[in-house]
Design a protein around this ligand. Structure first.
Ligand SMILES: Cc1ncc(COP(=O)(O)O)c(C=O)c1O
Length: 426
């Protein structure tokens, strides 16, 4: 399709960071400037945000093509539905039955009248799944991190974050009022030095890492970090968003992967990715969980999960426990895809799991590659500055257990064509 790329002019150089603020007395001015830029992006075929799905989120999805307005089937390489559980018959059946028995909503925040027996079952199951004494369930993964960190840490405390931690961890840390500092990605030595130097000046110390990092798909060195935390009297919290259902011998995530069940102070995560629903959880000691129920504002002041979602999540945990072949298929797909993309000469960073960054380091080429892949029927997302440093801008793929060999081959071939055209590979 003919694209007015030349017409972009200066717009080509701009990023989201350029519209964050405007020195203007009218608050809306920045939105209006942003809107004009978005229009330019659309003309260039670079606006692929919010492509609308007309089918369930599966390995193939029918979307309404933003370029033609018509339905189109694409290979879906951008969902976190790692095990395909959103459409698993047992998960769907449990949701329908709960809908019929419990109705559409929980009717209240959990602490008052919104705790259904289903919620207690889900909490118990999550606690057992993560090897902890108890668990608390939040309306989202985002509000879990915000609620747990701001629920526990106070001004006078110290929160140390890996530089690549998810935005919800960053936001929760800021909101807590604690002193917040980041350490270089996965650097156990830097963490050690920071704790050594800063611990005497603060009350409580909390160290937070993603178990599996959301943009790079690599795994945090949790055993070494735990040892450093223990030595300095700091508590360790891990975010299991992309680890649950994916890593560990039986899919129980990072604690199981490292044989550290019951040893990590706080195991948080989302229920929206491999578990196929929505919501988040934090598992810990019974004292900490009870404390969070009364001090996490995003839990206290937000209505409990709907019954249908809760029942589906319980079923999803059961499926993970009983159908290990799903995870085996996901890992077969991960190996096949890694080999295919690596053979092409693409840079996959340090990816170890179902998330594949194809690092390009040029925002313009990332947008063009996303456009070319869309043209070829492959749905991916570009990750650009300021979400990552410019030299690390990338295409991000995520794999599902339910992708077929044909889906993977189509994706590898489309990546090869696009990357050659853009001079990323020979
Ligand atoms: C590492 C990480 N933590 C937390 C979240 C937030 O989870 P949710 O989408 O369930 O709010 C996400 C993704 O969205 C994530 O990637």
């Amino acid at each position: 399709m003919a694209r007015a790329v030349e017409s972009l002019g200066k717009a080509k150089e701009l990023s989201l960071a350029d519209f964050y603020a405007a020195e203007d007395p009218d608050l809306f001015t920045k939105a209006e400037r942003f809107y004009s830029w978005v229009e330019e992006q659309k003309k260039a075929g670079h606006y692929v945000a919010r492509r609308t799905l007309l089918s369930a989120s599966g390995p193939r999805a029918v979307i309404q093509d933003p370029w033609t307005g018509k339905p189109r089937e694409m290979v879906m390489m951008a969902t976190n539905n790692y095990l395909g559980l959103t459409t698993h018959p047992k998960v769907v059946k449990a949701g329908i039955e709960a809908y019929q028995k419990w109705g559409s909503g929980a009717g209240s925040v959990s602490l008052l009248a919104g705790t259904l027996e289903l919620h207690r079952q889900l909490e118990r199951k999550l606690a057992e799944f993560k090897g902890c004494e108890d668990a608390i369930v939040f309306p989202a993964g985002y509000s879990t991190n915000v609620g747990v960190i701001a629920g526990l840490a106070r001004p006078g405390d110290l929160v140390l974050n890996d530089i690549l931690n998810h935005a919800s961890i960053v936001d929760g840390s800021r909101l807590s009022g604690a002193y917040v500092k980041t350490f270089p990605h996965k650097s156990v030595q830097a963490l050690d030095r920071l704790l050594e130097r800063m611990s005497p000046r603060y009350n409580g110390r909390l160290v937070i890492v993603d178990g599996v990092f959301s943009m790079d798909g690599d795994i945090a060195p949790v055993p070494e970090m735990l040892e450093v935390c223990r030595r300095h009297g700091a508590r360790l919290m891990i975010d299991e968003a992309h680890a649950t259902g994916v890593i560990g011998e039986t899919g129980r995530g990072t604690p199981e992967h490292f044989h550290l069940e019951g040893k990590i102070d706080i195991v948080a995560g989302t229920l929206s990715k491999a578990l196929g629903g929505v919501g988040g959880f934090a598992a810990s000691t019974r004292e900490v969980v009870e404390y969070l129920r009364f001090y996490s504002r995003s839990y206290m002041f937000s209505t409990a999960l709907p019954p249908a979602v809760t029942a589906s999540l319980i079923a999803a945990l059961e499926v993970i426990e009983t159908e290990s072949e799903l995870r085996a298929r996901l890992w077969e797909n991960i190996r096949y895809m890694r080999e295919g993309l690596t053979d092409l000469g693409l840079d996959l960073g340090e990816s170890e799991t179902a998330i594949f960054p194809i690092i390009i380091g040029d925002d313009w080429k990332v947008k063009e590659m996303t456009r070319l892949l869309h043209e070829d029927g492959v749905f991916v997302n570009g990750v650009l500055y300021p979400a990552v440093a410019r030299r690390l801008s990338r295409i991000r793929l995520s794999l599902m257990a339910t992708h077929t060999r044909e889906d993977l081959d189509l994706t590898i071939e489309a990546c090869a064509r696009a990357a050659r055209k853009l001079g990323i590979i020979k």
